[in-house]
Each structure stands twice: as C-alpha cells, then as structure tokens.
Design a protein around this ligand. Structure first.
Ligand SMILES: *[C@@H]1O[C@H](CO)[C@@H](O)[C@H](O)[C@H]1NC(C)=O
Ligand SMILES: *[C@@H]1O[C@H](CO)[C@@H](O)[C@H](O)[C@H]1NC(C)=O
Ligand SMILES: *[C@@H]1O[C@H](CO)[C@@H](O)[C@H](O)[C@H]1NC(C)=O
Ligand SMILES: *[C@@H]1O[C@H](CO)[C@@H](O)[C@H](O)[C@H]1NC(C)=O
Ligand SMILES: *[C@@H]1O[C@H](CO)[C@@H](O)[C@H](O)[C@H]1NC(C)=O
Ligand SMILES: *[C@@H]1O[C@H](CO)[C@@H](O)[C@H](O)[C@H]1NC(C)=O
Length: 332
C-alpha cells in the first residue's frame, strides 16, 4: 500500500463483533521494534505502531493512538469509533464509574463502553467534580473513546497552578494532528493555545498566551472550548471566542481525533531543558500542596461534545445501515 503525508480515511460500517473478536486476543502483546513513518512496522505478528512508537499487536498497540503511517499497513490500526454527541456533568462519585472512565486495558474498541479511557494515573472524588491525580510516578491522562472529526468541545475544569506542572485539554489524532489548551507555570492567569498539524510546528503555531485582560484564574471553574470547523478553528473561554484561525490563512488539523485531558510533569528532571523551562521550572514533590494531597490535580466537572455532520468533511463513506457509519478508517 502507499503511504501519504496527507492521510485519507473513510467512514465504514465495521462489524463490532469482528472487531471485538480481534481485540479479545489482547490486551498485552509482544512489543518489539520501534517504529516511525520512515521505518514502519514490518512483522505480521506485530503490525501496529503505538503512539509511543513501538510495534506490537492488541489494544495497546492497535487501539487509540496507533499510527496508520508507521504501522505495517494503515488498516492494521483498529477502526476509530465515530464521534458521539455528549453533555456529561460529573459529580464526585463518578470517579470510579467505568461507564464514564474505562480503564484502558478493559477497553475493547466499543465507544459505548464509556466516555473516556483512563490511559494513565488515577481518578478520585473531588470536592465538586472528578479529580485527576498526577503523582511523582505517573502522569494522569484521559482520552475519549470516540474520535471527533470537526465539531465543538467544551470542558469545565480547575486546578492549582504550580511550577513544573502542565494541565491540558487537547485534541490528538493518530497522525499527530493536535489542538491545545495548555496551562503551565505557577501563573494562574496563564493559558496557552497551540496547534500542530501532524506534529509539525508551522508558521503561527507554538506558544500563544491568551489575552484575557488578566481576569482568567485557572483555579476557578472555567469552561474551555475548542470549536473546530473545516473553514476555521476557534478557542473559547466561558463561551467567548479568544482566538480564531482561518483555514485560508493557516494549516491546521483535519483528521479524526480524540479529546484528551491530562496533568503531567513538564518539570520532571528527565525532560529536555526547554520543556522544564516552558513548564515554569523543576517540579517539586516536597512542597506542602503535594505532600498534603499526595498529587497535583485537575478537577473536571463537565464535558460536552457536539459532533459536526460527517458530510462536511468530504470523507468517503463505505456501507450504509440503520445506525449509520460506525468507524473512521485510514486507507492510506
Ligand atoms: C447538549 O446540550 C446542547 C445545548 O443545550 C444541546 O443543543 C445538545 O442537543 C445536547 N446534546 C446532547 C447529546 O444531549
Ligand atoms: C466506587 O467507590 C465507592 C466508594 O468510594 C464504592 O462504594 C463503590 O462501590 C465504587 N463503585 C465501583 C463501581 O467500584
Ligand atoms: C458496546 O457496549 C455497549 C455498552 O456496554 C453494549 O450494550 C453493546 O452490546 C456493546 N456492543 C458490542 C458489539 O459488544
Ligand atoms: C518522571 O520521570 C521519571 C523517569 O523518566 C518517570 O519514571 C516518572 O514517571 C516521571 N514522572 C511523571 C509524573 O511523569
Ligand atoms: C501571568 O500570565 C498573564 C497572562 O499570560 C500575563 O499577562 C502576566 O504578565 C503573567 N504574570 C507574570 C508574573 O508573569
Ligand atoms: C469539500 O469539497 C468541496 C468541493 O470540492 C470543497 O469546496 C470544500 O472546501 C471541501 N471541504 C472540506 C472540508 O475539505
């Protein structure tokens, strides 16, 4: 098959039964070689290139994050469930509801299993919402099970800003199309909007702190939005647009993507100096906030997703059925 730097995909009616048979032989499989688009996986027994760049099989390699460009063939990656409209309000007791947060090893590729996969770290009951807990040993990361191709996303969250701690609400596609809200440093007014088409830094991408007249306080409940449309991309705070890119002016993401929430240690000593500096400096695991709580957290209280009509994206559709197409599939 041919690989292209402009990946193409279709929406298909994949039989979930077939899909589940396929993934049930998992989830942990043999990881072997590293992989990249220039050096794709070549073995039939380990055909899938995971998000972290290793060949293997099973959900961890072929599921969310599997690279269609670096796998043996694009279609080795599991189909990506199409976007599902959501308005979810989270209360403290939801933290262990596996119909909202599916432990990633229990996820079998059926987006009806839950809103997010819990990819790393742990969740707990917050004072008012669900607390994502990053510890010295592990970041915490959630990814939507379904893939969004254009649409509107909003998340209401709050966290205490600390040097070296990075809290995020981003989109990440399997070909590294990325749209970001990122919160770094100990400055609780600082919010950054970034985007990276297929992982590339292009003219205009990179750090852009938002002009919020100094009124933003990330420790208060704030609703951050991304309105991603074929012709324009917008970032919003509490429903107000704070940044707009037009497609005619900028290259920005165009592939099916998961919404991800995370808290990670930008100031971890093993990171590159530039990352440590960007996150505000070295992270501390001895300050009272960390030692009292035992984690750096981000509390989330609502998530909403409004999917765009698939017809606007010029994606070819294979198959028809009473429930419509179920999956995105890269074809090259
Ligand atoms: C979510 O809420 C919006 C605004 O009230 C509404 O238009 C939309 O239909 C809701 N979506 C779902 C899935 O309930
Ligand atoms: C969730 O945790 C509560 C206590 O915090 C417990 O009573 C309940 O059984 C747990 N539910 C599940 C599904 O594990
Ligand atoms: C997908 O998950 C939902 C909810 O758990 C379940 O009702 C449905 O039967 C599952 N579909 C398949 C094909 O397993
Ligand atoms: C910090 O780096 C160490 C070594 O790479 C790693 O084991 C640890 O998980 C990292 N901590 C976080 C919070 O990412
Ligand atoms: C904190 O961030 C805001 C927004 O980027 C900026 O205006 C302000 O100067 C920053 N404060 C400090 C002390 O750096
Ligand atoms: C879809 O195709 C039409 C006709 O070629 C074009 O005008 C439109 O810009 C395309 N839309 C997207 C989102 O690429």
């Amino acid at each position: 098959m041919t690989r292209s730097s402009s990946p193409t995909f279709v929406i298909t009616l994949i039989s979930l039964v077939v899909l589940l048979l396929f993934v049930n032989s998992l989830p942990l499989a043999n990881a072997a070689d590293s992989c990249s688009a220039s050096s794709p996986c070549s073995s039939s027994s380990s055909p899938c290139c995971s998000h972290s760049g290793f060949c293997g099989s099973g959900t961890l390699f072929c599921g969310g994050g599997c690279s269609p460009l670096a796998s043996k063939t694009a279609t080795d990656c599991m189909p990506m469930p199409v976007c599902i409209d959501r308005n979810v309000t989270l209360t403290p007791s939801d933290y262990n509801d596996t119909s909202l947060f599916v432990p990633v090893l229990q996820y079998a590729g059926n987006a009806s299993q839950g809103l997010f996969t819990l990819d790393a770290g742990s969740l707990a009951a917050g004072p008012e919402g669900v607390m994502m807990q990053m510890t010295e040993n592990s970041l915490v990361k959630l990814s939507t099970t379904a893939y969004i191709l254009y649409g509107e996303m909003e998340v209401t969250c709050r966290h205490t800003a600390y040097q070296g701690v990075v809290a995020t609400m981003i989109t990440m596609s399997d070909v590294l199309d990325e749209i970001d809200w990122e919160f770094t440093t100990s400055n609780s007014s600082d919010a950054q909007t970034n985007w990276f088409p297929q992982g590339r830094i292009v003219s205009g991408s990179g750090k852009d702190s938002q002009p919020t007249s100094g009124t933003l306080d990330v420790s208060e409940w704030v609703t951050y939005g991304i309105n991603w449309q074929p012709d324009r991309l917008q970032w919003l705070i509490n429903g107000a647009v704070v940044r707009t890119l037009k497609r005619t002016d900028y290259s920005y993401p165009s592939t099916p993507t998961r919404l991800q929430l995370s808290v990670w240690a930008g100031g971890n000593s093993t990171n590159a100096q530039g990352v440590i500096d960007w996150s505000g400096g070295p992270i501390s695991y001895t300050n009272s906030q960390y030692t009292t709580n035992g984690y750096y957290g981000m509390e989330i209280s609502s998530v909403s997703i409004k999917c765009a009509d698939t017809s606007i994206a010029n994606v070819s559709t294979i198959g028809k059925g009473s429930n419509g197409p179920t999956s995105w599939t890269y074809t090259g």
